[in-house]
Design a protein around this ligand. Structure first.
Ligand SMILES: [Zn+2]
Length: 93
């Protein structure tokens, strides 16, 4: 029971930390290190089949995007839904 409580406290703490310090340098650097989708396609031409971007690691076509800093923020990274590796970055308008 206590370990669940500590888990909730830690998660709440991380959410608050992310909210108050949304532009933490390490998340910014990780996001900046990712290519855009067109760069990803140029970097991994074998991962593009029938104009669909596949995961370069596991060949999955399922992806989901994830906020790079906190929910609703314009910088998002696209991860492979299968192997969860970051693939490319997205800037929402
Ligand atoms: Zn994958």
């Amino acid at each position: 029971m206590e370990s669940i409580f500590f888990g909730v406290v830690i998660i709440a703490g991380l959410i608050l930390l992310n909210r108050f310090f949304p532009f933490m340098p390490w998340t910014t650097l990780e996001w900046q290190s990712l290519p855009t989708e067109s760069e990803y396609r140029q970097l991994h031409p074998s991962a593009v089949k029938n104009d669909i971007s596949h995961c370069v690691y596991c060949d999955s076509v399922q992806q989901f995007d994830f906020p790079a800093f906190n929910p609703g923020v314009v910088h998002r990274k696209v991860l492979c839904a299968k192997c969860k590796k970051p693939l490319w970055r997205v800037t929402l308008e």
